[in-house]
Design a protein around this ligand. Structure first.
Ligand SMILES: Cc1cc2nc3c(=O)[nH]c(=O)nc-3n(C[C@H](O)[C@H](O)[C@H](O)COP(=O)(O)O)c2cc1C
Length: 207
């Protein structure tokens, strides 16, 4: 493997391979996001991509909730409410701005995990599986021409928010993917060379 530079698809690669890597290697996060969001058909593709994540033990540890349309107003209320419970000393008026987050994209996909406690598969692997599903969704969102942004923050880990979104106490919110149309198409962000993070292991005798 040549680690010296960013990869280019070989000349012998097929047209679909070129197209695939053009898409994969141009994904980046976008913020803020405007209308429109994905159609129902496109959403189906995005979730089909999630179902392609590697999943030890076929536990299907992922759970997703969609927040869009009028439900965003209620979600805005929830964001203010949970912030007020976290910071009871703060005047509610100072927390009102948190409501805006609900309107920063046409669609918010809540990413959650439902780890199976009595499985031989360690919880870490189950969480990684949910992360892989989320990554597949980000790539699908990008392939469809939309922008996505995965965010967490204090809200994601707040048990009051988890409850307000109807997740079980045993389930864990791992973040929110904001989905919509990028307001601007920035030039592709420069990425670190993978060579900084990849090395060849040559056997124990080599050190
Ligand atoms: C699990 C997870 C949680 C994240 N949470 C936040 C967050 O709360 N706020 C933020 O600015 N970026 C967050 N990020 C990073 C952004 O999603 C994004 O990756 C980053 O802005 C870099 O953009 P890029 O995806 O184009 O490299 C998170 C990423 C991951 C994987």
């Amino acid at each position: 493997m040549d680690n010296s530079q960013s990869g280019n698809v070989d000349d012998t690669a097929s047209r679909p391979q070129h197209a695939f890597f053009d898409t994969l290697l141009s994904r980046q996060s976008h913020w803020p996001l405007a209308e429109p969001g994905p159609s129902e058909t496109e959403l189906g593709l995005i979730f089909d991509a999630a179902m392609r994540a590697p999943d030890h033990g076929a536990l299907r540890p992922w759970r997703f909730a969609l927040i869009r349309d009028d439900a965003r107003a209620e979600f805005g209320d929830v964001l203010v409410d949970v912030a007020a419970r976290r910071e009871p000393a703060k005047p509610r008026a100072e927390l009102e701005h948190r409501r805006q987050l609900a309107y920063t994209a046409p669609l918010i996909i809540v990413i959650a995990a439902a780890p199976c406690a009595d499985s031989h598969v360690p919880e870490t692997e189950q969480l990684l599986s949910v992360g892989a599903a989320a990554m597949n969704m980000l790539n699908a969102i990008h392939a469809l021409g939309y922008g996505g942004f995965w965010a967490t923050g204090a809200d994601a880990y707040d048990p009051n928010l988890r409850a307000a979104l109807d997740f079980e106490p045993s389930e864990r919110v791992l973040g929110f993917i904001f989905v919509g149309t990028p307001k601007s198409r920035e030039p592709s962000a420069v990425r670190a060379s993978h060579s900084l993070y990849v090395r060849e292991w040559l056997g124990r005798a080599s050190i």
